[in-house]
Design a protein around this ligand. Sequence first.
Ligand code: HMG
Ligand code: MG
Length: 285
Amino acid sequence: MSETVEIFEMGPRDGLQNEKRLIPTAEKIALVDLLSTAGFRRIEVTSFVSPKWVPQMSDAAEVMAGITRAPGISYAVLTPNLKGYEGAKAAKASEIAIFASASEAFSKANLNATIAESLERFAPVAEAARADGIPVRGYVSMVTDSPFEGDVPPADVARVVAALRDMGCYEVSLGDTIGQATPEKIDAMLAVVLDEMPAAQLAGHYHDTAGRALQNIDASLARGLRVFDAAVGGLGGCPYAPGAKGNVATELVANHLAARGFDTGLNMTVIDQAANMARAMRVGP
Ligand code: HMG
Ligand code: MG
């Protein structure tokens, strides 16, 4: 039996949030419904963020109401504050994610808050989710490189990981938001972060701007990580991270992992259909 590695599908959220064309809600729902047949255990569907900040995600409630949920799949959403949490709860999100940064400048750009302020804002969100029995995932952005400050010290990442752990996040996803990491930097960052959280509760979230995401996944596998975020078609990027391109493509990661002898449980025919659908959504009918 080969060892399992999970791909957490980000396409409908990280993949689409930065698209210039305002994608019709029905197209987003169709993508999620197709992805629900691909074998994923977790799909990030949308974000309950300010529509002024990310207009593309302003139909979060409609998307959540329109999808056909398959049993056994967790439908995740991003929540930056309590207002977002209330929206996520009303939409019956299976799990939520709070998203912090190891870079002060990115925290300001993405959340209009310092890192400390953002963590203060996330605490009541995590508390409410715990009271409601909704699992909380955490993100740390800019885990190696920041477009604002350059190299990000691993200790800064570890501090935020520890804060998210203490808030009760069941897993923390480590974001190379602008896709500039190298396997060496990922390894050095993980060496420090692993003092705060075990590999079984960490995920790699690597954008593929410089084409090194697969190498960064390999470096993370060597450190024991077994969950990776990816987006079908390789779409996306963060609107507040200059130079950020898409998440590494799900189809690329799945094929790479299969070649390395890992089992992702994904149906590649469906993945390829979804990648085509995602790419077509960029240009429209
Ligand atoms: P702010 O402007 O400081 O917030 O933004 P505010 O509280 O002053 O609110 C401004 C307006 O937004 C108000 O409306 C609020 O009601 C509304 P107005 O009174 O002016 O009409 N508002 C909301 N509406 C709906 N849902 C909400 C919400 N919150 C406020 N939840 C805020 C602060 C955090 C809201 C804003 O900065 C924000 O929404 N940021 C999110 C940015 C984002 O989504 N970025 C992309 C996701 S992160 C990412 O991609 C990285 C990741 O992939 C990992 C990686 O790659 O590293 C996860
Ligand atoms: Mg991202």
